[in-house]
Ligand binder design. Structure first.
Ligand code: CTP
Length: 394
């Protein structure tokens, strides 16, 4: 695969040589174009050395060769990946400004484009950036969303360039397999919310990221995807049909109404095990005479257990969030829940899993198989789970 890597002038440009190497690991040939500002953060010489090609920094081509570099390159390229993409480059791409080597090349480029933005969180939320990204999306450009975390300015927020393995995974998927073509996949995601009174509820720390990543990956692999989601702040992956629910009971109803028309059901949701026995119709007041109040909880329906009665029975993937004896407890859960696969993760490690972009999981099969996926972005985990499903569906 021939990739043109465009690097623009953000601090994350220093990651470009590593990105070139990891793309080469996929068997890709990579040629690099730098904006003048990118060359302040990363040396053209380093990129020439790792890519084994001259690096273009000037839009006027090479007089000695006589050719116009960007036209020749556009004939060669199968993918243009811009990482990191600054607010400036994103704006120029949206309106077609061609005033440096990268933006001129982008107008000449005729095949797929992927853009990985990186900037401060406040810039990412600016109306022009939001609008320009939407314009690019509507034109078929794939946006590789930035991560949350520490930013160069010492602040924390969304805007950090997506992790290199996540970018590489997206490139791999672009080239990739349509092995779920013709399949219908139902994914549940996020927490459920169980009302106590009109203003309070019981819930959990699930962000929904794992389920949304699975929905996104399954759709990119050709599946028709239905997502049943509890409350999250995530964007629905393009092309995915969404049903929003609040409570476990609503999730049960949505899943049971849809399961028989899906061949694969993946239960990534963190369903609340208990709900208040009664929901007060008025806000519960603090008792004046006591420091405690009692809340009586009733067990919620087990959605996975109900799935066992669906006909025709779909292929079922369960999740297990454990803090102790992860593999042993997950294996027991796999049997008890009658699932085909279970994805176990250790929720005692607070740096991964809940509310994080990364996770580390064990994928356990009914057949006794066990695959460990080391700490990786959730999109990578999603694809390894789908690989395990595809291998079993034959
Ligand atoms: N699950 C479900 N319905 C519930 C509770 C959980 O379908 N009422 C599903 C989850 O979506 C997940 C799997 O069951 O795929 C395991 O969830 P987990 O909370 O780890 O298991 P529990 O059965 O609740 O077991 P425990 O809390 O005792 O560990």
């Amino acid at each position: 695969m021939n990739i043109v890597l465009g690097v623009s002038g953000g601090i994350a440009a220093y990651k470009a040589p590593e990105l070139v190497r990891r793309l080469q690991d996929l068997g890709a040939a990579v040629r690099v174009i730098l904006t003048p500002n990118a060359a302040r953060f990363v040396s053209p010489l380093s990129l020439a050395a790792v890519s084994h090609h001259g690096v273009i920094t000037d839009q006027w081509g090479d007089p000695a060769k006589g050719g116009v570099d960007h036209i020749e390159m556009a004939r060669w390229a199968e993918l243009l990946l811009i990482a990191p993409a600054t607010a400036n480059v994103i704006a120029k791409l949206a309106v077609g400004i061609a005033d440096d080597a990268l933006t001129t090349y982008s107008v000449a480029h005729r095949t797929a484009i992927m853009v990985a933005p990186a900037m401060n969180w406040s810039m990412l939320q600016h109306a022009t950036v939001v609008q320009n990204l939407a314009t690019l999306r509507s034109r078929g450009v794939e946006i590789i969303d930035p991560e949350s975390g520490y930013l160069a300015e010492g602040e924390e927020g969304e805007g950090r360039l997506a992790a290199i393995p996540a970018i590489v995974e997206r490139v791999k998927m672009h080239r990739g397999t349509r092995d779920l073509e013709g399949k219908r996949v139902l994914v549940t995601a996020g927490p459920t919310r169980e009302a106590i009174d009109p203003v309070r509820y019981l819930s959990n720390r699930s962000s929904g990221r794992m389920g949304y990543a699975i929905a996104d990956a399954a759709r990119r692999r050709g599946a028709t995807v239905t997502l049943v989601s509890g409350p999250t702040s995530l964007e629905v992956p393009p092309g995915v049909d969404i049903t929003r629910i609040d409570t476990a009971k609503e999730m049960l109803e949505a899943v049971m109404a849809k399961a028989a028309s899906h061949q694969i059901v993946i239960k990534a949701a963190a369903v609340a095990d208990f709900a208040p026995e009664t929901v007060a119709d008025r806000k519960i007041k603090k008792p004046a005479d006591r420091g405690t109040i009692e809340l009586s909880l009733r067990k919620n329906p087990d959605i996975l257990a109900s799935l066992a009665t669906v006909h025709p029975r779909p292929f079922i993937v369960a999740f297990a969030a454990e803090t102790d004896s992860v593999e042993k407890n997950a294996r027991e859960k796999l049997e008890r829940k009658g699932a085909d696969l279970i994805v176990a993760n250790d929720v005692s490690d607070t740096t991964i899993g809940f509310d994080s972009d990364e996770n580390e999981v064990l994928i356990l099969g009914r057949d006794g198989s066990s695959v460990r996926v080391e700490r990786s972005p959730k999109l990578v985990i999603a694809n390894r789970i789908l690989d395990a499903v595809v291998a079993r569906l034959g």
